[in-house]
Write a protein that binds this ligand. Structure first.
Ligand SMILES: Cc1cc2nc3c(=O)[nH]c(=O)nc-3n(C[C@H](O)[C@H](O)[C@H](O)COP(=O)(O)OP(=O)(O)OC[C@H]3O[C@@H](n4cnc5c(N)ncnc54)[C@H](O)[C@@H]3O)c2cc1C
Length: 408
């Protein structure tokens, strides 16, 4: 039977990138994926344009943009394979891209460009890819045989090193599974509890009824959750949905939000509402709702005013108390989500293989010869290309370590 130097399970962002780098350094690499189509998450990422990295990533302070029980774990890999390194590769392949917002880099044409690039890098490294191939069991090396033995749907495979790149639990319908976590448990590695991240938040049907009519409305907001040193704040867009809230601001805050705790929204972050409403009261004969509609989107103004009869009169006639209450409610709207849309809508999975059981230099776990890369590890980035950069960087660190071990 052929012995592979490396078998990588998961032909997503991290798995394909690791395979190409290791293959081009002379290793015999096999990639296995249970899905028929590889890299499905790249294909749907960034609205089909793949936000493949972020220029603002600060590898010296990873806690700014990454969540983990140990946010410093990702520092080494991120500083050894940087945003610029990936941009150089994208440019080498002639892929056109642009910067959108807060350092986020997207393909001009399609996420398919990134997939083609990864597959070309794999081909250059002589990598074999088997898709539509589930792995049924993994047996560790023993005294009798020095290899990992994998029983797969396409036969038995034997390898010196096994890399788990099966990603997180989000979007099960395109191939996400808990396989990586199960393998970690099989070998006695610790897991950090998983939960959906970068996910829309939902609210109780009845309590949400007055706002359900706002579905489709998007506006810039300040959004925060947590208290004191755990307080997190984002200035980003918010989107009202039929069931709750979405948009970049909510996705970002969802990764920091804990069940039964509130979020706070400033729906008019660029306006001094108490001042502007008082000013309107002094000079205006218009309905307060109309005045408010010049300060916040008119649908929002209408939804708010319609909930309080004291506000349904000319601005001049609204009592100060009601005006102040309105300003306070809009600039510090506190509400407690009942839940989230879960893994079917989440972009990432928080938690995963505990970093205490993985080397930050090589991605090798405490089980010799068993490596973990990408989202399966307890490292989760912000929205904006940070998760892909973690996939590239952890894959690169792993591939270099494998090549070094092979050469030794
Ligand atoms: C809708 C959406 C949009 C996103 N947009 C962005 C973005 O623009 N920028 C960004 O940085 N991040 C984005 N992300 C997050 C990003 O896609 C992931 O963080 C990243 O793909 C993780 O890379 P990975 O290689 O660890 O896992 P994945 O890319 O998910 O790859 C895992 C692979 O493992 C395979 N697999 C799973 N289980 C098994 C098994 N049992 N046997 C064999 N194979 C298995 C899967 O089929 C898959 O091919 C987005 C995510 C989603 C869901």
């Amino acid at each position: 039977m052929k012995t592979w130097d490396v078998v990588i399970v998961g032909a997503g962002a991290a798995g394909l990138f690791c395979a190409g780098v290791a293959g081009q350094r002379g290793l015999k690499v096999l990639v296995i994926d249970h899905s028929d189509k590889v890299a499905e998450k790249i294909r749907i990422s960034g609205g089909g344009r793949c936000n493949f990295t972020n220029r603002l990533l600060d590898a010296s302070a990873p806690q700014k943009h990454f969540i983990s029980q140990n946010p410093h774990f990702c520092r080494s890999a991120l500083s050894r394979y940087t945003t610029q390194d990936f941009i150089d590769l994208v440019q080498k392949h002639g892929i056109a891209f642009h910067e959108k917002h807060k350092g986020q880099l997207f393909c001009d044409h399609s996420a398919e460009d990134i997939i083609r690039m990864l597959l070309a890098e794999c081909a250059a490294g002589g990598v074999e890819i088997r898709s539509g191939c589930a792995v049924q069991s993994v047996q560790a090396p023993s005294d009798n045989q020095p290899f990992y033995i994998l029983e797969t749907q396409q036969g038995v495979v034997q390898t010196t090193a096994l890399v788990v790149a099966t990603g997180g639990l989000s979007i099960p319908k395109i191939g996400a599974s808990d396989w990586g976590y199960r393998i970690a448990s099989q070998f006695g590695l610790r897991l950090v509890e998983r939960r959906p991240g970068l996910v829309p938040l939902t609210f109780d049907g009845e309590a949400w009824a007055p706002y359900a009519q706002l579905a489709g409305l998007a506006l810039p907001v300040g959004i925060e959750t947590g208290e004191k040193k755990n307080r997190m704040h984002f200035d980003e867009d918010l989107l009202f949905t039929h069931r709750g809230l979405s948009g970049p601001g909510v996705l970002q805050i969802s990764s920091y939000w804990h069940e039964s705790t509130p979020i706070r929204l400033n729906l008019a972050p660029e306006v001094n509402l108490p001042e502007r409403l008082q000013e309107a009261k002094l000079r205006s004969k218009k309905l307060l709702g109309n005045e408010l509609a010049s300060l916040v989107p008119s649908r929002l103004a209408e939804a708010w005013v319609s909930q309080d009869p004291a506000l349904q009169r000319t601005a001049a006639d609204v009592p100060d108390k009601a005006l102040n209450k309105l300003a306070e409610a809009l600039s510090s709207w506190q509400l407690t989500p009942t839940g989230s849309e879960g893994y079917k809508k989440a972009e990432v999975t928080l938690g995963g293989v505990d970093t205490r059981d993985v080397s930050s230099q090589t991605m090798e776990s405490k089980q010799p010869g068993l490596y973990f890369i990408g989202e399966v590890i307890d490292v989760t980035g912000w929205l904006g290309g940070y998760n892909f950069q973690w996939a590239w960087a952890s894959a690169h660190a792993c591939a270099l370590a494998l090549a070094q071990k092979h050469a030794a």
